[in-house]
Design a protein around this ligand. Structure first.
Ligand code: GLU
Length: 483
Protein backbone atom coordinates (compact mmCIF):
# COMPACT_ATOMS: atom_id res chain seq x y z
CA UNK A 1 0.00 0.00 0.00
CA UNK A 2 1.26 3.49 -0.84
CA UNK A 3 0.61 5.81 2.01
CA UNK A 4 -1.05 9.13 1.24
CA UNK A 5 -1.21 11.78 3.93
CA UNK A 6 -2.36 15.34 3.90
CA UNK A 7 -2.34 18.58 5.77
CA UNK A 8 -5.52 20.58 5.45
CA UNK A 9 -5.11 24.14 6.70
CA UNK A 10 -7.91 26.66 6.57
CA UNK A 11 -6.88 30.02 5.09
CA UNK A 12 -8.16 32.09 7.97
CA UNK A 13 -5.22 34.39 8.65
CA UNK A 14 -1.48 34.25 8.56
CA UNK A 15 -0.34 30.65 8.95
CA UNK A 16 -0.40 29.06 12.39
CA UNK A 17 2.67 27.24 13.68
CA UNK A 18 0.42 24.18 14.11
CA UNK A 19 0.19 23.86 10.32
CA UNK A 20 3.96 23.47 10.13
CA UNK A 21 3.94 21.08 13.07
CA UNK A 22 1.32 18.84 11.42
CA UNK A 23 3.07 19.04 8.06
CA UNK A 24 6.38 17.99 9.58
CA UNK A 25 4.99 14.83 11.15
CA UNK A 26 2.86 13.95 8.13
CA UNK A 27 5.87 14.38 5.92
CA UNK A 28 8.27 12.43 8.14
CA UNK A 29 6.01 9.39 7.86
CA UNK A 30 5.35 9.87 4.14
CA UNK A 31 9.04 10.17 3.30
CA UNK A 32 9.85 7.13 5.37
CA UNK A 33 7.16 5.07 3.68
CA UNK A 34 7.74 6.43 0.19
CA UNK A 35 4.20 7.79 -0.24
CA UNK A 36 2.66 11.13 -1.15
CA UNK A 37 2.01 14.25 0.87
CA UNK A 38 -0.96 16.36 -0.14
CA UNK A 39 -1.71 19.98 0.70
CA UNK A 40 -5.43 20.69 0.69
CA UNK A 41 -6.89 24.10 1.37
CA UNK A 42 -10.06 23.90 3.47
CA UNK A 43 -11.71 27.16 2.53
CA UNK A 44 -15.40 26.39 2.91
CA UNK A 45 -15.80 28.67 5.91
CA UNK A 46 -16.32 31.82 3.89
CA UNK A 47 -16.92 33.98 6.96
CA UNK A 48 -13.36 33.35 8.18
CA UNK A 49 -11.65 33.37 4.77
CA UNK A 50 -8.64 35.68 4.47
CA UNK A 51 -7.50 36.62 1.00
CA UNK A 52 -3.70 36.33 1.22
CA UNK A 53 -3.59 33.47 3.68
CA UNK A 54 -3.25 30.67 1.13
CA UNK A 55 -0.20 32.25 -0.49
CA UNK A 56 1.38 32.68 2.94
CA UNK A 57 0.72 29.02 3.74
CA UNK A 58 2.55 27.97 0.57
CA UNK A 59 5.39 30.37 1.21
CA UNK A 60 6.02 29.54 4.85
CA UNK A 61 5.81 25.77 4.38
CA UNK A 62 8.25 26.03 1.49
CA UNK A 63 10.55 28.25 3.55
CA UNK A 64 10.52 25.49 6.16
CA UNK A 65 11.41 22.92 3.52
CA UNK A 66 8.13 21.03 3.93
CA UNK A 67 7.23 20.54 0.30
CA UNK A 68 4.08 18.73 -0.84
CA UNK A 69 3.64 16.37 -3.77
CA UNK A 70 0.12 17.43 -4.73
CA UNK A 71 -1.67 20.67 -3.96
CA UNK A 72 -3.62 23.64 -5.34
CA UNK A 73 -0.57 25.26 -6.93
CA UNK A 74 0.93 22.00 -8.18
CA UNK A 75 -2.07 20.01 -9.26
CA UNK A 76 -2.12 16.24 -9.14
CA UNK A 77 -4.40 13.36 -10.06
CA UNK A 78 -6.92 13.96 -7.26
CA UNK A 79 -7.60 17.68 -7.68
CA UNK A 80 -8.90 20.21 -7.31
CA UNK A 81 -7.17 20.66 -3.96
CA UNK A 82 -9.19 23.64 -2.79
CA UNK A 83 -12.48 22.72 -1.20
CA UNK A 84 -14.27 25.76 -2.61
CA UNK A 85 -13.55 24.32 -6.08
CA UNK A 86 -15.03 20.97 -5.12
CA UNK A 87 -18.54 22.04 -4.16
CA UNK A 88 -20.19 19.85 -6.80
CA UNK A 89 -18.34 16.86 -5.41
CA UNK A 90 -20.27 16.75 -2.16
CA UNK A 91 -23.86 16.90 -3.44
CA UNK A 92 -24.26 13.24 -4.54
CA UNK A 93 -23.02 12.02 -1.17
CA UNK A 94 -25.44 14.27 0.68
CA UNK A 95 -28.20 12.85 -1.47
CA UNK A 96 -27.06 9.33 -0.67
CA UNK A 97 -27.07 10.07 3.07
CA UNK A 98 -30.52 11.66 2.89
CA UNK A 99 -31.94 8.76 0.91
CA UNK A 100 -30.49 6.12 3.18
CA UNK A 101 -32.00 7.88 6.20
CA UNK A 102 -28.65 8.73 7.80
CA UNK A 103 -29.22 12.45 7.32
CA UNK A 104 -32.22 14.77 7.42
CA UNK A 105 -33.17 18.35 6.63
CA UNK A 106 -33.46 20.84 9.44
CA UNK A 107 -35.30 24.16 9.00
CA UNK A 108 -34.82 25.49 12.50
CA UNK A 109 -33.89 29.16 12.51
CA UNK A 110 -30.74 30.27 14.35
CA UNK A 111 -33.00 32.07 16.85
CA UNK A 112 -34.91 28.88 17.61
CA UNK A 113 -31.66 26.94 18.07
CA UNK A 114 -30.30 29.59 20.42
CA UNK A 115 -33.51 29.61 22.47
CA UNK A 116 -33.49 25.80 22.61
CA UNK A 117 -29.88 25.77 23.85
CA UNK A 118 -30.61 28.39 26.48
CA UNK A 119 -33.60 26.42 27.68
CA UNK A 120 -31.50 23.22 27.91
CA UNK A 121 -28.80 25.02 29.84
CA UNK A 122 -31.31 26.57 32.22
CA UNK A 123 -32.83 23.18 32.88
CA UNK A 124 -29.28 21.76 33.28
CA UNK A 125 -30.01 19.20 30.57
CA UNK A 126 -27.39 18.11 28.04
CA UNK A 127 -27.36 20.51 25.12
CA UNK A 128 -27.97 19.22 21.61
CA UNK A 129 -30.41 19.43 18.76
CA UNK A 130 -33.88 18.26 19.83
CA UNK A 131 -34.76 16.81 16.40
CA UNK A 132 -37.85 18.94 15.95
CA UNK A 133 -37.44 18.66 12.17
CA UNK A 134 -36.66 14.97 12.03
CA UNK A 135 -39.26 12.92 10.14
CA UNK A 136 -41.16 16.02 8.99
CA UNK A 137 -41.75 17.27 5.49
CA UNK A 138 -41.05 20.91 4.72
CA UNK A 139 -44.78 21.63 4.79
CA UNK A 140 -45.27 19.98 8.17
CA UNK A 141 -42.32 21.81 9.65
CA UNK A 142 -43.37 25.16 8.18
CA UNK A 143 -46.44 25.13 10.39
CA UNK A 144 -44.30 25.21 13.53
CA UNK A 145 -42.49 28.25 14.95
CA UNK A 146 -38.82 29.08 14.27
CA UNK A 147 -38.91 28.03 10.61
CA UNK A 148 -36.13 29.13 8.23
CA UNK A 149 -36.59 28.98 4.46
CA UNK A 150 -33.23 27.41 3.63
CA UNK A 151 -32.57 24.18 5.48
CA UNK A 152 -29.34 22.67 6.73
CA UNK A 153 -28.65 18.94 6.57
CA UNK A 154 -27.89 17.05 9.77
CA UNK A 155 -26.48 13.61 10.52
CA UNK A 156 -28.86 11.32 12.40
CA UNK A 157 -26.52 10.10 15.11
CA UNK A 158 -27.74 6.64 16.17
CA UNK A 159 -28.26 5.81 19.83
CA UNK A 160 -25.72 3.05 19.69
CA UNK A 161 -22.99 5.13 18.01
CA UNK A 162 -19.56 3.72 18.70
CA UNK A 163 -17.50 6.29 20.51
CA UNK A 164 -14.22 4.45 20.58
CA UNK A 165 -11.54 4.14 17.96
CA UNK A 166 -7.86 3.32 17.74
CA UNK A 167 -5.33 6.08 17.40
CA UNK A 168 -1.77 5.43 16.19
CA UNK A 169 -0.33 7.59 18.95
CA UNK A 170 -2.80 7.18 21.78
CA UNK A 171 -4.14 3.66 21.35
CA UNK A 172 -7.81 3.14 22.25
CA UNK A 173 -9.64 6.48 22.50
CA UNK A 174 -13.17 7.39 23.33
CA UNK A 175 -15.01 10.60 22.55
CA UNK A 176 -18.21 12.14 23.97
CA UNK A 177 -21.48 11.40 22.22
CA UNK A 178 -21.92 13.82 19.32
CA UNK A 179 -24.89 16.00 18.53
CA UNK A 180 -26.77 15.62 15.22
CA UNK A 181 -23.95 17.30 13.33
CA UNK A 182 -24.76 19.75 10.54
CA UNK A 183 -23.07 18.57 7.34
CA UNK A 184 -24.49 21.08 4.85
CA UNK A 185 -24.96 24.69 5.89
CA UNK A 186 -27.79 27.05 4.92
CA UNK A 187 -25.55 28.59 2.26
CA UNK A 188 -25.23 25.17 0.61
CA UNK A 189 -21.56 24.78 1.58
CA UNK A 190 -20.56 21.53 3.24
CA UNK A 191 -19.27 21.81 6.79
CA UNK A 192 -15.76 20.69 7.63
CA UNK A 193 -17.05 17.32 8.87
CA UNK A 194 -18.58 16.29 5.57
CA UNK A 195 -15.94 17.82 3.32
CA UNK A 196 -13.03 16.32 5.25
CA UNK A 197 -14.41 12.79 4.98
CA UNK A 198 -15.40 13.03 1.33
CA UNK A 199 -12.10 14.63 0.34
CA UNK A 200 -9.94 12.31 2.38
CA UNK A 201 -11.72 9.36 0.79
CA UNK A 202 -11.64 10.65 -2.78
CA UNK A 203 -8.01 11.71 -2.42
CA UNK A 204 -7.06 8.25 -1.24
CA UNK A 205 -5.82 9.42 2.17
CA UNK A 206 -4.61 6.43 4.16
CA UNK A 207 -3.61 8.17 7.41
CA UNK A 208 -5.30 11.21 8.91
CA UNK A 209 -2.77 13.03 11.05
CA UNK A 210 -4.13 16.13 12.75
CA UNK A 211 -4.36 18.00 16.05
CA UNK A 212 -5.90 16.49 19.17
CA UNK A 213 -8.71 19.07 19.05
CA UNK A 214 -10.31 16.82 16.42
CA UNK A 215 -10.49 13.69 18.59
CA UNK A 216 -14.10 14.42 19.54
CA UNK A 217 -15.05 14.71 15.85
CA UNK A 218 -13.56 11.41 14.78
CA UNK A 219 -16.57 9.19 15.73
CA UNK A 220 -18.77 11.36 13.48
CA UNK A 221 -16.27 11.01 10.67
CA UNK A 222 -16.14 7.25 11.16
CA UNK A 223 -19.94 7.07 10.89
CA UNK A 224 -19.79 8.90 7.57
CA UNK A 225 -17.16 6.48 6.27
CA UNK A 226 -19.35 3.56 7.28
CA UNK A 227 -22.59 5.01 5.91
CA UNK A 228 -20.98 5.80 2.58
CA UNK A 229 -19.48 2.32 2.45
CA UNK A 230 -15.89 3.54 2.47
CA UNK A 231 -12.80 2.09 4.08
CA UNK A 232 -11.70 4.00 7.16
CA UNK A 233 -8.25 5.57 7.18
CA UNK A 234 -5.92 5.30 10.17
CA UNK A 235 -5.89 8.21 12.62
CA UNK A 236 -3.12 9.88 14.57
CA UNK A 237 -3.97 12.87 16.76
CA UNK A 238 -0.92 14.98 17.52
CA UNK A 239 -0.66 16.80 20.85
CA UNK A 240 -1.50 20.49 20.98
CA UNK A 241 1.46 22.80 21.40
CA UNK A 242 1.31 24.64 24.69
CA UNK A 243 2.62 27.87 26.18
CA UNK A 244 4.89 27.60 29.19
CA UNK A 245 1.78 28.11 31.40
CA UNK A 246 0.38 25.04 29.58
CA UNK A 247 -2.39 26.98 27.84
CA UNK A 248 -3.00 26.28 24.17
CA UNK A 249 -0.83 28.33 21.79
CA UNK A 250 -2.96 30.97 20.13
CA UNK A 251 -2.11 33.86 17.85
CA UNK A 252 -3.87 36.24 20.22
CA UNK A 253 -1.65 35.38 23.16
CA UNK A 254 1.66 34.28 21.71
CA UNK A 255 3.43 35.85 18.73
CA UNK A 256 5.20 32.51 18.19
CA UNK A 257 1.86 31.01 17.14
CA UNK A 258 2.41 32.84 13.83
CA UNK A 259 4.66 30.92 11.51
CA UNK A 260 5.84 34.13 9.87
CA UNK A 261 7.13 35.34 13.22
CA UNK A 262 9.96 32.80 13.14
CA UNK A 263 11.28 34.10 9.86
CA UNK A 264 10.91 37.71 10.98
CA UNK A 265 12.88 36.92 14.14
CA UNK A 266 15.68 35.26 12.23
CA UNK A 267 15.23 31.58 12.99
CA UNK A 268 16.67 29.15 10.47
CA UNK A 269 14.22 26.73 8.89
CA UNK A 270 16.41 23.77 9.85
CA UNK A 271 16.42 24.89 13.51
CA UNK A 272 12.66 25.38 13.58
CA UNK A 273 12.14 21.97 11.96
CA UNK A 274 14.35 20.36 14.57
CA UNK A 275 12.55 22.25 17.33
CA UNK A 276 9.08 21.27 16.10
CA UNK A 277 10.25 17.68 15.81
CA UNK A 278 11.27 17.79 19.47
CA UNK A 279 7.74 18.81 20.41
CA UNK A 280 6.46 15.52 21.66
CA UNK A 281 8.96 13.44 19.76
CA UNK A 282 12.14 11.81 20.92
CA UNK A 283 14.81 10.04 18.94
CA UNK A 284 15.70 6.50 19.98
CA UNK A 285 19.18 7.63 21.10
CA UNK A 286 17.79 10.65 22.99
CA UNK A 287 19.70 13.01 20.69
CA UNK A 288 18.15 16.49 20.59
CA UNK A 289 19.91 17.85 17.54
CA UNK A 290 18.92 15.95 14.43
CA UNK A 291 18.11 16.60 10.80
CA UNK A 292 14.82 15.95 9.07
CA UNK A 293 16.46 13.02 7.23
CA UNK A 294 17.47 11.47 10.55
CA UNK A 295 13.95 11.93 11.87
CA UNK A 296 12.56 10.25 8.75
CA UNK A 297 14.89 7.28 9.13
CA UNK A 298 13.89 6.69 12.76
CA UNK A 299 10.25 7.73 12.55
CA UNK A 300 7.71 5.75 14.55
CA UNK A 301 4.26 6.87 15.79
CA UNK A 302 4.88 5.15 19.08
CA UNK A 303 7.67 7.66 19.77
CA UNK A 304 5.20 10.58 19.79
CA UNK A 305 4.35 11.57 23.34
CA UNK A 306 0.70 12.67 23.47
CA UNK A 307 1.18 14.92 26.51
CA UNK A 308 1.05 18.54 25.30
CA UNK A 309 4.63 19.63 24.59
CA UNK A 310 5.64 23.02 25.93
CA UNK A 311 6.84 25.55 23.42
CA UNK A 312 10.07 26.60 25.06
CA UNK A 313 11.68 29.31 22.99
CA UNK A 314 14.89 29.21 25.02
CA UNK A 315 15.46 25.78 23.55
CA UNK A 316 14.75 27.09 20.08
CA UNK A 317 17.23 29.94 20.55
CA UNK A 318 19.84 27.44 21.64
CA UNK A 319 19.15 25.22 18.62
CA UNK A 320 19.20 28.20 16.30
CA UNK A 321 22.57 29.33 17.63
CA UNK A 322 23.83 25.82 17.16
CA UNK A 323 22.70 25.69 13.53
CA UNK A 324 24.08 29.16 12.85
CA UNK A 325 27.49 27.94 13.93
CA UNK A 326 27.34 24.96 11.60
CA UNK A 327 26.73 27.11 8.50
CA UNK A 328 29.57 28.13 6.23
CA UNK A 329 30.40 31.78 6.63
CA UNK A 330 29.17 32.64 3.13
CA UNK A 331 25.88 30.81 3.69
CA UNK A 332 25.38 32.68 6.94
CA UNK A 333 26.20 35.99 5.24
CA UNK A 334 23.65 35.44 2.51
CA UNK A 335 21.01 34.46 5.07
CA UNK A 336 21.69 37.58 7.15
CA UNK A 337 21.64 39.99 4.20
CA UNK A 338 17.82 40.21 3.93
CA UNK A 339 17.63 41.39 7.55
CA UNK A 340 19.98 44.27 6.81
CA UNK A 341 17.98 45.05 3.69
CA UNK A 342 14.74 44.94 5.63
CA UNK A 343 16.24 47.42 8.11
CA UNK A 344 17.11 49.71 5.19
CA UNK A 345 20.84 49.41 5.83
CA UNK A 346 22.33 48.28 2.57
CA UNK A 347 21.30 51.02 0.18
CA UNK A 348 24.58 52.79 0.94
CA UNK A 349 27.21 51.45 0.18
CA UNK A 350 25.82 49.66 -2.94
CA UNK A 351 24.79 46.01 -2.73
CA UNK A 352 27.99 44.43 -4.08
CA UNK A 353 30.08 46.44 -1.60
CA UNK A 354 27.66 45.63 1.17
CA UNK A 355 27.92 41.95 0.34
CA UNK A 356 31.71 42.05 0.45
CA UNK A 357 31.64 43.92 3.76
CA UNK A 358 29.14 41.48 5.20
CA UNK A 359 31.22 38.52 4.04
CA UNK A 360 34.23 39.97 5.85
CA UNK A 361 32.24 40.78 9.00
CA UNK A 362 30.32 37.50 9.29
CA UNK A 363 33.11 35.55 11.07
CA UNK A 364 33.01 38.22 13.80
CA UNK A 365 29.41 37.43 14.72
CA UNK A 366 28.99 33.77 13.83
CA UNK A 367 29.87 32.64 17.36
CA UNK A 368 27.95 35.44 19.02
CA UNK A 369 24.43 35.48 17.62
CA UNK A 370 21.43 33.25 18.20
CA UNK A 371 19.16 34.88 15.60
CA UNK A 372 19.86 36.04 12.04
CA UNK A 373 18.14 39.35 12.81
CA UNK A 374 20.87 40.13 15.35
CA UNK A 375 22.97 41.11 12.36
CA UNK A 376 21.18 44.47 12.51
CA UNK A 377 22.22 45.53 16.03
CA UNK A 378 25.56 43.73 15.81
CA UNK A 379 26.81 44.82 12.39
CA UNK A 380 24.53 47.72 11.57
CA UNK A 381 27.29 50.19 12.50
CA UNK A 382 29.25 49.05 9.43
CA UNK A 383 26.38 49.59 7.04
CA UNK A 384 24.61 52.65 8.33
CA UNK A 385 25.59 55.87 6.57
CA UNK A 386 27.76 58.24 8.56
CA UNK A 387 24.95 60.80 8.64
CA UNK A 388 22.53 58.29 10.07
CA UNK A 389 24.97 56.78 12.57
CA UNK A 390 23.99 57.52 16.15
CA UNK A 391 25.24 56.23 19.47
CA UNK A 392 22.51 54.59 21.56
CA UNK A 393 21.61 57.07 24.31
CA UNK A 394 22.08 54.59 27.19
CA UNK A 395 25.47 53.56 25.83
CA UNK A 396 26.48 57.22 25.48
CA UNK A 397 25.39 57.98 29.03
CA UNK A 398 27.42 55.05 30.34
CA UNK A 399 30.66 55.45 28.43
CA UNK A 400 30.99 58.84 26.75
CA UNK A 401 30.95 62.39 28.14
CA UNK A 402 33.48 63.58 30.74
CA UNK A 403 34.93 60.23 31.85
CA UNK A 404 35.26 58.93 28.29
CA UNK A 405 36.78 62.02 26.73
CA UNK A 406 40.45 61.62 27.84
CA UNK A 407 40.37 57.99 26.68
CA UNK A 408 39.09 58.99 23.25
CA UNK A 409 41.58 61.83 22.93
CA UNK A 410 44.47 59.50 23.78
CA UNK A 411 43.13 56.87 21.40
CA UNK A 412 42.93 59.37 18.55
CA UNK A 413 46.49 60.50 19.18
CA UNK A 414 47.65 56.88 19.02
CA UNK A 415 45.63 55.94 15.95
CA UNK A 416 46.07 58.94 13.69
CA UNK A 417 49.74 58.23 12.90
CA UNK A 418 49.18 54.48 12.36
CA UNK A 419 50.57 53.52 8.98
CA UNK A 420 48.66 50.26 8.65
CA UNK A 421 44.97 50.07 9.51
CA UNK A 422 44.87 46.46 10.63
CA UNK A 423 43.28 44.92 13.72
CA UNK A 424 46.57 43.80 15.26
CA UNK A 425 48.23 47.18 14.70
CA UNK A 426 45.17 49.00 16.09
CA UNK A 427 45.19 46.74 19.13
CA UNK A 428 48.83 47.28 19.82
CA UNK A 429 48.66 51.06 19.46
CA UNK A 430 45.64 51.30 21.73
CA UNK A 431 47.08 49.03 24.39
CA UNK A 432 50.26 51.05 24.53
CA UNK A 433 48.38 54.34 24.76
CA UNK A 434 45.50 53.40 27.06
CA UNK A 435 46.55 50.47 29.20
CA UNK A 436 50.22 51.37 29.29
CA UNK A 437 50.00 55.18 28.95
CA UNK A 438 46.86 56.00 30.94
CA UNK A 439 47.12 52.94 33.18
CA UNK A 440 43.52 51.90 32.53
CA UNK A 441 42.10 48.40 32.89
CA UNK A 442 41.39 47.06 29.34
CA UNK A 443 37.62 46.87 29.88
CA UNK A 444 37.46 50.49 31.03
CA UNK A 445 39.81 51.60 28.32
CA UNK A 446 37.97 50.06 25.43
CA UNK A 447 34.33 50.62 26.35
CA UNK A 448 34.27 54.30 25.29
CA UNK A 449 35.94 53.32 22.01
CA UNK A 450 33.47 50.55 21.38
CA UNK A 451 30.55 52.86 22.04
CA UNK A 452 31.99 55.65 19.89
CA UNK A 453 32.67 53.35 16.94
CA UNK A 454 29.75 50.90 17.03
CA UNK A 455 27.18 52.95 18.92
CA UNK A 456 26.59 50.15 21.43
CA UNK A 457 28.19 48.59 24.51
CA UNK A 458 27.87 45.14 22.96
CA UNK A 459 29.53 44.63 19.60
CA UNK A 460 31.78 42.26 17.69
CA UNK A 461 35.47 42.37 18.68
CA UNK A 462 36.55 45.99 18.71
CA UNK A 463 39.80 45.97 16.74
CA UNK A 464 38.44 43.83 13.93
CA UNK A 465 35.35 46.04 13.85
CA UNK A 466 37.51 49.12 13.45
CA UNK A 467 39.54 47.50 10.70
CA UNK A 468 36.38 46.69 8.78
CA UNK A 469 34.88 50.11 9.35
CA UNK A 470 38.04 51.65 7.89
CA UNK A 471 40.39 54.34 9.08
CA UNK A 472 38.43 57.38 7.97
CA UNK A 473 35.08 56.32 9.31
CA UNK A 474 36.55 55.06 12.60
CA UNK A 475 38.53 58.22 13.26
CA UNK A 476 35.55 60.36 12.34
CA UNK A 477 33.39 58.59 14.91
CA UNK A 478 36.07 58.82 17.57
CA UNK A 479 36.44 62.53 16.93
CA UNK A 480 32.70 63.09 17.01
CA UNK A 481 32.43 61.29 20.34
CA UNK A 482 35.38 63.12 21.90
CA UNK A 483 34.05 66.63 21.38
N1 GLU B 1 -9.11 22.42 8.30
C1 GLU B 1 -8.83 21.75 9.53
C2 GLU B 1 -7.89 22.61 10.35
O1 GLU B 1 -7.39 23.58 9.85
C3 GLU B 1 -8.20 20.41 9.24
C4 GLU B 1 -8.38 19.39 10.30
C5 GLU B 1 -8.00 18.01 9.79
O2 GLU B 1 -6.81 17.84 9.53
O3 GLU B 1 -8.85 17.16 9.67
O4 GLU B 1 -7.66 22.39 11.50
Amino acid sequence: MTVRLRVAPSPTGDPHVGTAYMSLFNLAFVRQQGGQFILRIEDTDRARYVEDSERQIFETLRWLGLEWDEGPDKGGPFGPYRQSERLDTYAPFVKQLLESGHAYYCWCSPERLAAMREEQQRAKRPTGYDRLCYGKTREERALLPGFAETPVVRMLIPDDVSLTFTDLIRGELSAPRPDDQVIVKGDGFPTYHLAVVVDDHLMGITHVVRGEEWISSTPKHLLLYDWLGWERPAFAHMPLLRNTDRSKISKRKNPAARLLWFREQGYLPEALRNFLALMGYSMPDGEEVFSFEEMVAAFDWSRVNPVGPVFDLTKLDWLNGHYIRTLTSSDLASRMLPYLQEAGMVADPPLSEAKALLAAATPLVQERIALLSEVVPMLGFLFVSDDAFAVEPEAAAKALGEPGRPVLVAALAALEPLSEWRADAIKEALEVALVGGLGLKPRLAFTPLRVAVTGRTISPPLFESMELLGRERSLKRLRAAST
